[in-house]
Design a protein around this ligand. Sequence first.
Ligand code: SER
Length: 882
Amino acid sequence: MNKSAEIRNQFIDFFREKEHTVIPSAPVLPADDPTLLFTNAGMNQFKDVFLEQGSRPYSRAVNSQKCIRVSGKHNDLEEVGPSPSHHTFFEMLGNWSFGDYYKSEAIKWAWELITEVWKIDIDRLYATVFKGNDEVQPDDEARDAWLQTGISPDRITLHGRKDNFWEMGETGPCGPCSEIHYDLGAKFCLKKDVKGHKCEVNGDCGRIVELWNLVFIQYMRDRKGDLHPLPRRHVDTGAGLERFLRVLEGVDSNYETELFKPLLTELVNISGVDYSAGDSGIPHRVAVDHVRMLAFSLADGILPSNEGRGYVLRRILRRAARYGREIGLETPFLFKLVDPLVEVMGEAYPELRERNDHIVGVIRAEEESFARTLGRGLELFGGVIERIGKEKKSVISGEDAFKLYDTYGFPLDLTELMARERNLTVDGDRFEQLMKEQRIRARGESKFEGSSAEFGMGLKSEFIGYTHRDVDTEILAVEKHGQSIEVILDKTPFYAEAGGQVADKGWIRWSDGEMEVVDVTRNGDIITHHCHLKEGAVPEPGLSIKVAIDWNYRLPIQYNHTATHLLHTALRKHVGMHANQAGSLVAPDRLRFDFTHFEKLTPELIEEIELNVNRAIREDYPVKWYVKPFQEALDSGITALFGEKYGEEVRVVHIGSDEHPYSRELCGGTHVERTGQLGLFRIVSESAVSAGVRRIEAVTGETAVRLALSEKHSLEDIADLLGSHGSDPVEKLSKTLEEKHNLEKENEKLLEGWAKGIAVEMLSEASQVNGVQVVSRLFDEVSIDRMKLIGDQIRARDNRAVALLASPVSKGAGQLCCVVGDAVVKDGKLKAGDLVSKAARLAGGGGGGRPHMATAGTKYPDRLPLAVEGFTEIVKKALGEN
Ligand code: SER
């Protein structure tokens, strides 16, 4: 077994023996939490438990959690590269107590694991404790617990809110914490040469590093910034696996551990540039770090895009690609680091193996697309430098830096780096201000705000919408936000948007009032109804009410949800097992299904899929659901969707017989009872969403029938227009097209004859000017194309001819065409472009063109005779006749 697996297992086994339930890592894409972009701590998946909004069937838990820290309160991005121990992606080993044991056990056990199992030298360890502030008392309880372990009292240090009070985000669960730090040794001090420097815990010289954080969750911070004590006290610990690995392997940095070594080796192979622990190793560290963040995000269903999480992915990739250039890598290379990563982490995280091709494909495509914008970004940077040079300035403006960042993906540190190479600086303050403005805009657009976490705390609403459309129930809580009234009910048939299925709509009624439910959202066990008051006064908690969902809205949603499962099965059958769901929308009027696949589906394949789904509809399979333990469901081969959060107990939607299921998926959505209810399934479109992801849009039920009818009406209209009553319209259409083709050919011939006739006639009336035949004529509403045709005929008949043709083409417009025979062009004195422009001028217009043929236009068609009559004079002048 490799060392990282050993450490992970030892941690988990240690707490399993202390009656902790082992929990799988949640995806890095946080489910149901609009306050987070990425999972940033092991405790995220238990937030609802801390806030008493959800519960678990155990009170102690342990796991190793995939974490990403690139945004929000916990953002390590800028450290990655320079630092030997920071990462955008890392694994956090953690143990939890939910209202069970508290500080003394948490501290005692952490100490036991570190000093007895891992046998880390006590003389290198420190413990930190919260010293208290005006909000919270000093943590004497933790200090006493440390003294009990036998650690020397002078190795316990006290710190303030910044270091020893942990908060998940701007709002949410929080509390004082106690950390274990490790002294790497004097050689790791970055300030050895600074006079008077003293290495300290929580100092900034890099010698003493944090290994394990023990958080004692006992508060909730609300949107106003106030702390509220929680009903129960909890333990939440987190230890970075990569840091422990470094200490236990005895190497000089996280990047030299077995988790990163194979990636570094590959990178050195590709680039031919050796790795160093100093600054010249920054590009290497950035690349091998960032590829982990990208691979784990992609494996969990996040895709690069222009907004939200997808945008963060794009930026991280670009940061790595740009640093790659520093070691000469100008073509895509990051995707080549995926295989060694899967090799070293695929055992612990099988999703990497399963989606290996997808990860490689998407990273490669993104790198290729950035390679294209990078060039343009460098051009812009060059332009900025030139302008600054001219203006004799030495600062790149915040606006320019922001544009480079926003449009071309240049992170600020890279712009700064490139600026430094030219002895320039960047206005970072203005940049930050613009970033802040953008963040505020982004928050507004994507609802990433601290939702009302305190609203409904401790309440539970029961969802009964799998089996009920209406119910008599009671209001538990009400909050008014502007026009919207938020309501929590005891029981509700309303489905909150989840798993792609849109929220229900409907009504809440009571003796003297009514509200319309326009949206429904869910936070843990709390289902919030967003309502508009229609009649009566805002209702009070405790009121008895009747609620009903709009069944005409819900029923087609159910058709489309069941159809989505049938489509998923059909795709895996016809396209391949790699066709995984990458996103979906289940609405009443349509369904949209995104899946991982690299090529466009052929029309034949799309037809196969459509036939297959319709066959499953005609089979009229029963649809049922049951609840199972998560692991049992996975073991029996049930499809789980990536990017979804699953609890210990999961709901399985089962289509088909018990013995031969047609489809089984983990799903919380609502479905029909038999597939026959769908009636009909029609694919409307197939398109690309991004590299490696395709999209199918489809309709079912009455919408599908209406689609077929509207197609029929179009066909009837076509048949009407073709006059093909009774006969096959396709045959009639192909005959008509053939006739059209023949007529066109005939017309061409006729026109040629007509043009030839006029050309001959015009040439017969030509006047001779210095060996050149000059002709001109005014036509009556002849198009410019036809005049060109005549011009061509004149040139073909006489290579010493020069002609002007003119015609009014509408009330306010006239056109002119001039041709010059090849022999005259050769003489070099007459050019059609010059002649036509001079002639047009006589008619108040202008134009030009090539030497042998040119055209012009005028707004004064009644002046065209002047041009035609003056043409011979123009030619004479050009030939130097007079
Ligand atoms: N939540 C705490 C942290 O992230 C302990 O796990 O450090």
